[in-house]
Design a protein around this ligand. Structure first.
Ligand SMILES: N[C@@H](CCC(=O)N[C@@H](CS)C(=O)NCC(=O)O)C(=O)O
Length: 134
């Protein structure tokens, strides 16, 4: 809640999904869904951009003004979503050889991300290293 906007958090049981979730996100049936004035907005990255656009009078903008930098940030956010996150889910739900294979792929993607961020957003990389010292 870095923008200081008040909100109510509603926990969802993902094993027994509620009818409310299915109605709010009829395409994917997944969380998160942001509901504003009764209108649902699913998908994390879409939600983040919506929040950034609507509450844009605050000092804390998630995306910078420069369209090229915005495009590059969207690129790396997409990389994390399309490459890293699916592997995280597979690593925790598989064993043995399959898990090793996905773990190796995961490390490869992490290296790509590290190289990309160090080159394009060195300040962001230093921040990540400072807050995630593993
Ligand atoms: N692309 C979606 C992915 C959301 C997602 O995977 N949500 C998980 C929880 S972290 C979920 O709802 N899982 C339930 C399911 O897959 O049935 C997003 O970025 O919001």
């Amino acid at each position: 809640n870095s923008k200081g906007v008040p909100y109510e958090f509603i926990q969802e049981d993902l094993i027994n999904k509620s009818q409310t979730l299915i109605q709010l996100n009829p395409v994917y049936h997944k969380v998160p869904v942001l509901v504003v004035d009764g209108k649902p907005i699913p998908e994390s990255l879409v939600i983040l951009e919506y929040i950034d656009e609507v509450w844009n009078d605050k000092d804390w903008q998630l995306l910078p003004k420069d369209p090229y930098i915005r495009a590059r940030i969207r690129f790396w956010a997409g990389f994390i979503y399309q490459k890293l996150l699916p592997n995280c889910h597979t690593i925790i739900s598989t064993f043995g050889e399959e898990q090793d294979k996905v773990a190796r792929e995961f490390i490869e993607y992490l290296n790509i991300l590290e190289d990309g961020l160090k080159k394009e957003f060195p300040w962001l990389w230093r921040l990540i290293v400072a807050v995630c010292p593993w």
